[in-house]
Structure formats: structure tokens, C-alpha cells
Write a protein that binds this ligand. Sequence first.
Ligand SMILES: Cc1cc2nc3c(=O)[nH]c(=O)nc-3n(C[C@H](O)[C@H](O)[C@H](O)COP(=O)(O)OP(=O)(O)OC[C@H]3O[C@@H](n4cnc5c(N)ncnc54)[C@H](O)[C@@H]3O)c2cc1C
Length: 309
Amino acid sequence: MTTNANHPSSAPTFLDRLVLGTLPFVPAPLMRRVASRYIAGEELEEALAELASLAGRGYPGILDILGEHVESEVEARTVLDQYLRAADAVAEKELDAYVSVKPTHMGLAVSEDLADELYQVLAARCRERSLFVRVEMEDSPTTDATLRVFARLRQQFDNVGIVLQARLLRTPADIAALPPGSNVRMVKGVYLEPAAIAHVDADAIRRAYVKGSLELLERGHFVGLATHDDALADELLAAIAARAIGPDRYELQVLLGVREPLWKLWMSAGHTVRVYVPYGPEWRAYSLRRLKQNPELLRSIVRNTLRRD
Ligand SMILES: Cc1cc2nc3c(=O)[nH]c(=O)nc-3n(C[C@H](O)[C@H](O)[C@H](O)COP(=O)(O)OP(=O)(O)OC[C@H]3O[C@@H](n4cnc5c(N)ncnc54)[C@H](O)[C@@H]3O)c2cc1C
């Protein structure tokens, strides 16, 4: 069964607009109830406990502090400190996890130099701790700068990776330009982008995802297949098996709280499944922004919450 959050019908319907318009008024406890499935909590300790619980069930993790678009250098440096503390704690507790950071959370909207500096400090600390850092990908106005930050980081660090979005028409060219031996998370892309620069049809996004992932593997990169689209994953896993590509070259990546029965299936078939664990006090603002950006997420969450209840 596959539904998709990337269908062209993702433009808000009247009902979506009505629901989205009322979101800021949803009482915090109710929002929290919905969000609690997807977000580990407000504090680092809660995220560490979630990672430990996942590890006990066989899932390595990805730690993300919620937040984006910081507008001042001071704020960005505070975010860096939080990430350093998180990385230290992951290493001290010997958790099988790494950190994943949005460029605009690390000050990219303030300046590219600031993002360079902060990612470099984080990557250096993580290297000392034998941890990996992923540079996430945000909306298309930030893609060029993000890839530049990543390319400069890669000149100094092996423990850094990037995210590419299948929906963007530029992605095949970005794949061709990657430094050799990169570690890439492939995603459909959570930001809705205009048809001039992106696939908007769900099947076209899926085809681009398969093609891009296989191209990455053929070029020798490590690929994190970040998706909950089981038909897409099945197609890719079959293609990977047919090419005799070993489990050291790829893994599946999923979001906390989303389609857990699938993780179990994949894990029992011998694949690594890594779970993304977001946390932080900004969970409410973050959830609201994400829901407004992509109303189809709201439909998925409501459907899944109702199904669970
Ligand atoms: C580990 C990870 C990291 C990511 N990092 C980035 C990034 O850096 N940049 C970026 O642009 N995008 C990122 N994404 C998001 C990604 O681009 C997609 O928007 C998201 O994964 C949904 O697409 P899908 O491939 O799961 O397929 P879909 O067809 O959208 O979903 C398949 C099924 O999963 C359900 N589902 C999917 N997502 C959710 C959700 N959030 N809540 C409830 N149900 C859901 C759907 O209802 C559907 O049943 C990341 C995703 C993952 C899993």
C-alpha cells in the first residue's frame, strides 16, 4: 500500500486552509499529543532515552534538534553549543547514532561564512568522537549554498554527508558533481517546489528517486534511502540485490513514529533501518511550519492518528 505526500494535489484545499488557519489556536496539549509520536521531547535527555530504546530494538539513530531559519549569529552559536552537547552525550553513552543539522539552523541565512565555521566546529568535535554529521537540505533557494558548504566541509572532513532531493530537476547534475565516496541521504523532498525546477507528479518523483539512488550507488557513494514509501523501497531493494550491492553501501532511514511495522519488516529482511529522532523546545513552531508548508503531511498525520486511535 502506498499513499504519497508528494502528489500534485498537495496544493491546499479549502478544508486544508480551514484546518491550517486554525492550527495556531490548537491548544498546546493537543498539539503535543499529536507531535509526541514524532518528536522525542523537549530535552536532550528525552532524545537520548529514545535513541537508547531504539537501539535496544535494533535500530541505530539520527539526532536532530528542531529548529531552522535562525536570524542572528548569537542564536546560531547557541544552536552549535546544543549540537556539541548532544554529540558529546551520544558519544559518552556509546549510542549508535549521529547528528543531522539544517543549514539555516547553523546560520546559513545569516551568512555562508558563519554556516561554514559552525559546521566545521561541529564536524571537528564529531570526528574526535568518531561521530558522523549530516548536512540536511532545505528549500530550493538554499540548495546552492548548502552544496557549497558541504563541498568545503568535505575537503577537510570524511565524517560528513549531505541530503539530495529527488523532486528537484537539478539533482542528477548535483549527483554528478559530488566528491568521490560521499555519504548521501536520498529523500523525495519535503518542500513543495515550482514545476519550473521540480517534478510535481508523484510518479515522476518516485522514478527520479529510483534513478538517483541507483546512480549514487553505481558511482560508489553510500546511500541512506530515507523513505516510508514501501513500493519505492521494495523496488530499490530488489534493484540493489540484483546488483549484488552489500549492506555496507546503503541503509534505510525513517522518521520516528512513521510506519513502524515497515521498519520491522525491513530489519527482519536483514537491512539496516536508522531512525530519525527530532527533539527540542521548538517542536510546536516547527510542527506548525512544516504542516503549513506541506498540507499533505497534515492529512497523513490525521489519517495515521485516527488509524492508531
Ligand atoms: C530520515 C529522513 C530524513 C529526511 N530529511 C530530509 C531533508 O533533509 N530534506 C528534505 O527535504 N526532506 C527530508 N525528509 C523528508 C522527505 O523528503 C519526505 O518528505 C518524507 O520522507 C515523505 O516522503 P516518503 O518518501 O516517506 O513518501 P510518502 O509517499 O510521502 O509517504 C509514504 C507513507 O508514509 C507516510 N508518511 C510519510 N511521512 C510522514 C510523516 N511525516 N508523518 C506521518 N506519515 C508520514 C505517508 O502517509 C505514506 O503512507 C526526510 C525523511 C526521512 C525519512
